[in-house]
Design a binder for this molecule. Structure first.
Ligand SMILES: [Zn+2]
Length: 133
């Protein structure tokens, strides 16, 4: 059995789906391992054209056929809080979350992050708080 490991460069093939989308930067977050509140993630940064256009609903590269995407609609993305949203529903992932160990960047678009949930909700307007970014 292959052991999941934090070591090594993340590969696009590991990004089989998207779990969360980060507000403002619109980075895509894939949880690859989860136990007791500790979430090992691969984070994909958007290409500059996608960020400028506010691509917020395409799992891979921007697709002009994706009508739910703000870039397709030529509208600003509503994902403007510094929190994680559930990819697909755009609801906020509640809780106090702490980035453990910083960001480990391997190339221009993919990095590994570990997010630990410290509390189920946060005393903020959104109910969520990301610490350590
Ligand atoms: Zn898009």
């Amino acid at each position: 059995m292959e052991q999941a490991s934090l070591a090594g460069a993340p590969k696009m093939k590991e990004v089989t789906h998207v779990d969360w989308i980060r507000g403002i930067t619109l980075e895509r977050v894939t949880v690859v391992n989860k136990s007791e509140g500790r979430h090992e993630c691969i984070v994909r940064t958007l290409k500059n054209t996608e960020l400028v256009g506010q691509c917020d609903a395409c799992a891979r590269r921007h697709a002009p056929t994706q009508l739910r995407c703000a870039m397709t609609r030529r509208e600003p993305s509503p994902l403007v809080e510094p929190v994680h949203y559930v990819f697909g529903t755009q609801t906020i992932v509640p809780g106090i979350w702490e980035l453990d160990g910083g960001q480990e960047t391997f190339n221009s678009s993919l990095s590994r992050e570990v997010w630990v949930q410290r509390a189920p909700t946060a005393a903020t307007r959104s109910g969520a708080l990301l610490l350590g970014l």
